[in-house]
Write a protein that binds this ligand. Structure first.
Ligand SMILES: Nc1ncnc2c1ncn2[C@@H]1O[C@H](COP(=O)(O)OP(=O)(O)O)[C@@H](O)[C@H]1O
Ligand SMILES: [Mg+2]
Length: 181
């Protein structure tokens, strides 16, 4: 069982390989409906239609370094085994969007894992790629958008130690609202 943050890392890696300049990650905790919903979209090269139906097949990959493509099929299995669902949509040339729904309290639902580390390494490690992280808990919304942050920084780098400290604190406070999931 992989932590959800590792699934997120894998989907993000796909988006980066597809040349995305913007990756949007949304996490919604719906306690009333007992659902944890993860949406990830990117503006990369997209997946050709004939390939799309095969991406949740564990034996499908376009990579040549490893025979088996596991990322999306593992995520889809992880969602479905909690009574949830997995959907992926893509327009070749303009981007990809996926939604994975998990049974929030299901015994087989993987824990979230290190979201702070995952988001920080992405934001700081790939400063040329914009990240929008949205978190919804009921009517409470938390958003961190690197486009807005870059505007405010007026040229100061995202890897400036003071900026890293600010980002980490901001994200940490936002993520704390999820509680231990
Ligand atoms: N966001 C994306 N944009 C473009 N192509 C994608 C994206 N996500 C997945 N793909 C395509 O689907 C294939 C399967 O992805 P995945 O299941 O993560 O396995 P792997 O990354 O190991 O190949 C990838 O090789 C890639 O061709
Ligand atoms: Mg992958």
């Amino acid at each position: 069982m992989l932590e959800l943050s590792l699934h997120i890392l894998d989907v993000v890696e796909n988006a980066l390989n597809a040349g995305a300049s913007l990756i949007e990650i949304e996490l919604e905790k719906d306690t009333a409906r007992d659902i944890l919903r993860l949406k990830i979209s990117d503006n990369g090269s997209g997946i050709p239609k004939e390939m799309l139906s095969r991406v949740t097949d564990p034996f499908y990959t376009t990579r040549t370094t490893r025979r088996v493509g596991l990322g999306l099929s593992l995520l889809s299995q992880a969602a479905e085994q909690t009574g949830g669902s997995f959907k992926i949509d893509s327009v070749h040339g303009s981007g990809t969007k996926l939604v994975a729904e998990f049974g929030l309290s299901h015994i087989d639902r993987a824990p979230l894992g290190d979201m702070l580390g995952t988001l920080m390494s992405l934001i700081v490690g790939r400063p040329e790629v914009d990240i929008m992280y949205t978190q919804k808990i009921g009517s409470n919304e938390f958003v961190l958008d690197t486009r807005e942050i870059k505007d405010e920084l007026e040229g100061v780098s995202l890897s400036n130690p003071e900026v890293i400290k600010f980002l980490r604190k901001n994200l940490q406070e936002g993520l704390a609202e999820l509680g231990s999931i």
